[in-house]
Ligand binder design. Structure first.
Ligand SMILES: Nc1ncnc2c1ncn2[C@@H]1O[C@H](COP(=O)(O)OP(=O)(O)OP(=O)(O)O)[C@@H](O)[C@H]1O
Ligand SMILES: [Mg+2]
Length: 472
């Protein structure tokens, strides 16, 4: 064990005592809960190394589940860069999203070819189902209906099991059935079907289950707070009976319940697996004290959360900057100028990102960036990332600008316009967590912008700005 710690140290990883406990815990069901930037993903990587080097598991016996293909690639790259194990060992690790892992499983275990619809193809097919039912429903409503069907599917709720009492749920049931029929007759699957079909096969055929359980001796899951019930059931099937599983997550960063993810599964985990060991990490190694304080200020406005502390490492920096540009064009100019100044030729290796709630709110900035491509400076462009807040999960940048922090955008009007007060409150909470994820991506500086006008119309500053106690 000491040798393992020495080797980690030589690879440049200096885990604190809680992190080391998490990485080197005996093989029991392990839950690591911790705030952003506290080294959850780092611990997951070190635990993989521990399982390989100390527990002597073979690389192809380990399964690491990440939340995106990019995150899977990054995990592999980080492992490669550490030069702790042979590159061939790293490449034989099974790393992927629930969807990619179970698509592989389906391909191995079904004889007919499998066609998976893209998100937009699934939407078109759903629209066709609506038309076949003789209904005329607007584009936004179709998006919402297919989203609800997706949530039901992620909860393993079959269309037959829908309590179709009200007119609304009768309509939903009709469309859900029609959509499923249409997919079956075209021999295609949507993303959720990959999980549902795998679940069906694994529960129906003990030999398939056994084979998969034998293949994977240990399962690790990153960003567990965004796991849906069907994914949880799959995990349970894989990790039974020994419970050889390690999950890491942060309920404050749950941002996918609109798709059926359920952060309460973190609590269920303790009930489902016996002998669970829980470890909490409290130190944020990523951000300056000022950024941590702003994030903390915001998340305090949540009523229901797991008790967690977030302490910095006494790195002091500038206070987060809050600006109110007159228009989106002015916002684009200011933000790019600001980030360009942060990442000038004196700091060429630093990274920066512009984050936004929806693509629509970034159109102006992206267009501005495209037009000014030649005058913006290569150093800056090479280090600039632009993406939605959902995509930014798990990542970190030296300098972060959050744009469009206005009512209707963040929180999004889809949350604000909900009729049921409790649903509205729940969705606004998810919007707050999304902003929390955004803020905690920043290492050194943070800029928050709320334009006065959007498409020529006056917009109000987001309620969250006041909650963060940001001043202009
Ligand atoms: N013990 C440590 N000493 C110094 N730096 C550390 C330590 N642990 C982690 N870090 C650094 O802190 C940063 C955040 O780590 P990591 O990405 O693993 O956090 P995380 O908990 O997964 O964050 P998120 O919740 O955003 O996914 C990384 O840059 C990592 O290298
Ligand atoms: Mg992480």
């Amino acid at each position: 064990m000491d040798q393992f710690v020495d080797e980690l140290f030589r690879s440049g990883i200096r885990l604190d005592s809680d992190q080391l406990r998490a990485a080197t815990a005996p093989i029991v069901p392990l839950i690591i809960t911790a705030s952003p930037g506290s080294g959850k993903t780092t611990c997951l990587i070190c635990r993989i190394l521990f399982l390989l080097k100390v527990m002597r598991l073979a690389a192809n016996e380990l399964l690491a589940v990440t939340f995106s293909r990019k995150a899977a690639e990054e995990l592999q790259t980080r492992l490669q860069e550490l030069r702790f194990v042979h590159p061939l060992t790293v490449s034989s690790l099974q790393v992927g999203t629930f969807h990619s892992i179970f698509l592989r499983f389906l391909l191995r275990n079904t004889h007919s070819p499998i066609t998976v619809l893209s998100e937009s193809e699934a939407k078109s097919l759903f629209a066709k189902a609506v038309a076949l039912e003789g209904l005329s429903v607007g584009r936004n409503r179709i998006d919402e209906l297919i989203r609800i069907v997706g949530v039901l599917k992620n909860n393993l709720i079959h269309s037959d099991a829908l309590g179709a009492k009200s007119r609304r749920s009768k309509l939903l049931q009709r469309l859900y059935k029609s959509y499923e029929r249409l997919k079956a007759s075209n021999c295609v699957l949507d993303f959720d079907d990959i999980l549902i079909q795998s679940h069906r096969l694994l529960t129906k055929y003990p030999n398939m289950r056994q084979e998969m359980q034998n293949q994977f001796r240990y399962v690790l899951v990153d960003e567990f707070q965004d796991t849906s019930p069907v994914q949880f059931e799959l995990l349970r099937l894989l990790a039974t009976p020994e419970g050889n599983v390690c999950v890491v997550g942060d309920d404050d960063q749950a941002i996918y319940s609109f798709r059926g993810a359920d952060p309460d599964l973190m609590l269920r985990m303790e009930l489902c697996f016996g002998g669970v060991q829980k470890i909490t990490l409290n130190t944020n190694y990523r951000s300056t004290d000022q950024i941590i304080q702003t994030a903390d200020q915001l998340i305090q406005h949540h009523a229901k959360r797991m008790k967690k502390r977030m302490v910095g490492t006494n790195r002091s920096g500038a206070l987060p900057l809050f600006i109110r540009p007159a228009s989106q064009t002015e916002e684009a100019q200011y933000v790019l100028q600001y980030l360009g100044d942060c990442v000038n030729s004196d700091f060429p290796s630093e990274t920066c990102a512009v984050l936004y709630r929806t693509h629509a709110s970034a159109v102006c900035l992206l267009e501005y960036l495209r037009k000014n491509r030649l005058t913006s400076g290569q150093v800056f462009l090479a280090s600039l990332a632009t993406m939605t807040l959902h995509r930014a999960k798990g990542l970190e940048f030296d300098h972060v600008a959050l744009i469009g922090v206005t009512e209707g955008e963040l929180p999004h009007y889809r949350a604000l316009d909900l009729r049921s007060a409790s649903a509205r409150e729940r969705c606004i909470e998810e919007e707050r967590r999304l902003l929390y994820v955004g803020i905690t991506r920043a290492r050194k500086t943070l800029l928050i912008s709320a334009p006065l006008r959007k498409d020529g119309r006056r917009v109000k500053v987001s309620r969250f700005v006041q909650e963060m106690e940001l001043k202009k």
